[in-house]
Design a protein around this ligand. Structure first.
Ligand code: NAP
Length: 252
């Protein structure tokens, strides 16, 4: 079995660091030309693109700005000549305590929903139209264990946004399978990145590890190969599925 993405172009959002960086590197190792998207970390994104090789290029867009999100697919297809794989990975975890002011609460929900759900659905929409014209394509959306089990009271918005990603992906798989478009969700548990570090700083390392079946916290490199496998075409008949990667916390 060979995992071969040569001749394919893949957009990975939030590829400047964390899980997205690992996904970009693995897709490139499999031969893809990667569009390395970032919001603020221009230098880090450039370093990822250089490490990827294969003509990888960086693309900037703040996905809390829905106009910027709306234009990203066209930027990538204009620059790289097409798109075969979309990985919606960029995400934010914004705290909104139950006793926050209404304006702080609404701001946290608005930002969370924009980056984690509305930007992905806009990117999916444009990718699907491009894929329809090109004979097909694949989408991998990164959700979270929180989509299934909820989250702590401060991160209700985060869990709700990720549950939306799961439903979005299933609808795309149902609606566009006959256009040769496949859509998958990958739902990580705690994974060692800047985002997880914020949780660990707040709740302690024990909070991230106490309910794992495995003895170590998941690393970005534990997530990325599954994304590449889904993107490769070797798992097309699993379209609509959600793959949990959470160090066995559901069976612990
Ligand atoms: P991370 O280390 O915090 O990295 C976040 C990435 O998203 C960065 O590339 C960042 O770009 C980008 N990003 C942040 N805000 C953005 C915005 N407004 N517009 C565009 N891009 C933005 O996060 P991660 O842990 O790798 O998370 C990646 C995905 O996995 C997210 O969807 C997250 O919800 C999900 N996830 C993570 C965990 C975990 O424990 N780490 C668990 C479950 C699910 P810049 O570098 O340019 O800011």
């Amino acid at each position: 079995m060979t995992l071969d993405l040569s001749g394919q172009t893949a957009l990975v959002t939030g590829a400047s660091r964390g899980i997205g960086e690992a996904i970009a590197r693995v897709l490139a190792e499999a031969g893809a030309t990667v569009a390395v998207h970032y919001a603020n970390s221009a230098d880090a994104a450039r370093a990822v693109a250089e490490a990827c090789g294969n003509g990888a290029q960086t693309f900037q867009a703040d996905l809390s700005d829905l106009d910027a999100a709306d234009g990203l697919i066209a930027q990538v297809t204009d620059t790289l000549g097409g798109l075969h794989v979309l990985v919606n990975n960029a995400g934010v975890a914004v705290s909104a305590p139950i006793d926050a002011s209404t304006s702080d609460w609404n701001e946290a929900w608005t930002r969370t929903m924009a980056v984690n759900l509305q930007a992905p659905e806009l990117l999916c929409r444009h990718a699907i139209r491009h894929f329809q014209a090109r004979g097909g394509g694949r989408i991998v959306n990164i959700a979270s264990r929180a989509a299934h089990r909820g989250d702590t009271p401060d991160y209700i918005a985060y869990a709700a946004s990720k549950a939306g990603v799961v439903a979005l992906t299933k609808s795309l798989a149902r609606g566009f399978g006959t256009d040769n478009i496949k859509a998958f969700t990958v739902a990580p548990g705690f994974t060692r990145t800047d985002m997880a570090q914020d949780f660990i700083d707040t709740y302690g390392e024990e909070y991230a590890t106490h309910d794992l079946a495995l003895s170590t916290l998941t690393e970005p490199d534990d997530i990325a190969p599954t994304v590449a496998f889904l993107a490769s075409g070797l798992a097309d008949h699993a379209t609509g599925t959600t793959i949990d990667i959470n160090a066995g916390s559901y069976v612990h």
